[in-house]
Write a protein that binds this ligand. Sequence first.
Ligand code: PGA
Length: 225
Amino acid sequence: MKYIVGNWKSNKNTKEVEDWFKNFADLYRQNKRIATDRLEIVICPPFVYLSLVNKLKIGYGLPIKIGVQDVSPFSNGAYTGEISANMLEELVEYVIIGHSERRSNFHEDDKMLTEKVKKSRESRLQPIYCVQDSKTYIPNEVSIVAYEPTWAIGTGISDTPESANKAAEFIKQKNQVSTVIYGGSVTPENINSFLTTNNIDGVLPGGASLDPVKFWEIIVNASKI
Ligand code: PGA
């Protein structure tokens, strides 16, 4: 199973979300023969679009799963502005935790991130835990890790497949982690160089996931492996 996890970050308005799904669904309908059964395709939109995205996904009959980009380290209660794992349980299957943009802009540390993982697990959400290098701390309950060197994010300069593969191998050796995916300037052109390595089990495209055509091309290329 190869993972393709699109991280929309803080982008799109309602109309743009609807357009993305319409265009993506058109591409899916025209090319239904591609083998998506060995792919776990996940889209992580902003929280406010979760209901809409679930409705569109079902309406168009798309073989994709939904995730979120963050979760509260707390349970339900007096935590103004927070969105708990308990609330998300019925809306999504995956949650990205520890993205470098959250670590740097919102000062999220290992302790807080470990709580987020714990809360996600209690609510049956699958964490996709981002690390910025192979030595970053990984909480015990994590089974999917995204290796994302900060310098490769949004820069158009991806890590080399050899270096990313080495990092993925190291992460698997040192932790109870079964799956490592790569993120950082993933494109339709470079995806297969990562997916054909021994230790990389998927990708986490940000910028390329915003465009339904590019995201579709990533899926088509991954389906050929
Ligand atoms: P990028 O983002 O694909 O735009 O580099 C990846 C990420 O931040 O997860």
